[in-house]
Design a protein around this ligand. Structure first.
Ligand code: C5P
Length: 218
């Protein structure tokens, strides 16, 4: 397609990132990792030593943080206040705190506006997150909701970062619960999103399936 916005939502470890990056590269488009935006803000909040139970203090840091948002599907580099954060935003401190930061309404409002500006500036863009179809890009050409069994999601994540499968499964369950139960834009499947269960599917199969869906829409 000449122009398209694809929204890819779903819980942690459902394959969103790998699939979205591959799809963006295949379409010669860009890739927006909104989870990395919440993670980069969380990194800045932790750096500032702010109390994680103080939403106003968190929001203040979020609004002050200058984000550099990489959208190249082959190398989506992120920086916060000029410091590259590609490694620390995947670390346990940020992963442990990100759901609390992402639950602050003012943080979401700020990042959603940024996301919408980035989407408007590109012709073909694949956007992954939790609330893309429902909040960020309700007019997306294709909305997919990726799922996979808890065991499959944990197995993928622990293969990526070489952590213990049981601990990973517990952490994914913890974040899914926080992300689905918060009041501000919780994780949920949009009514018009197409659910794709990737349990037992290879990455090539998922990407091919999404390309078929997209071609049937645009
Ligand atoms: O996708 P990823 O696991 O990197 O996202 C990290 C966290 O950021 C999620 O657990 C969730 O709390 C938050 N998030 C969000 N809305 C998005 C993307 C991510 O609340 N659109």
């Amino acid at each position: 397609p000449e122009q398209c916005v694809v929204a890819v939502d779903g819980p942690s470890g459902s394959g969103k990132s790998t699939v979205s990056r591959r799809l963006a590269a295949t379409l010669d488009g860009v890739y927006l990792d909104t989870g990395a935006m919440y993670r980069a803000v969380t990194w800045a909040v932790l750096q500032a030593g702010v109390d994680l139970t103080d939403p106003e203090a968190i929001a203040k840091i979020a609004l002050e943080t200058e984000l550099t948002i990489g959208t190249d599907p082959d190398a989506p580099h992120f920086a916060a206040n000029g410091t590259n954060v590609d490694a620390p935003i995947r670390g346990p401190e940020v992963t442990g705190a990100v759901s609390a930061v992402a639950a602050v309404p003012a943080v979401r409002k700020h990042l959603v506006t940024l996301q919408q500006t980035i989407i408007a500036a590109h012709k073909r863009i694949i956007v992954e997150g939790r609330d893309i179809a429902s909040v960020v890009a309700p007019d997306a050409d294709l909305k997919v909701y990726l799922t996979a069994s808890a065991a499959a999601r944990a197995a993928r994540r622990s293969a990526e970062d070489a952590t213990d499968v049981a601990a990973t499964e517990a952490d994914l369950a913890r974040r899914d619960k926080l992300d689905s139960s918060r009041t501000a834009d919780p994780l949920r499947q949009a009514s018009d999103a197409i659910e794709v269960d990737t349990t037992g599917m290879g990455i090539d199969d998922v990407v091919a399936h999404l390309l078929e869906l997209l071609n049937s829409k645009v």
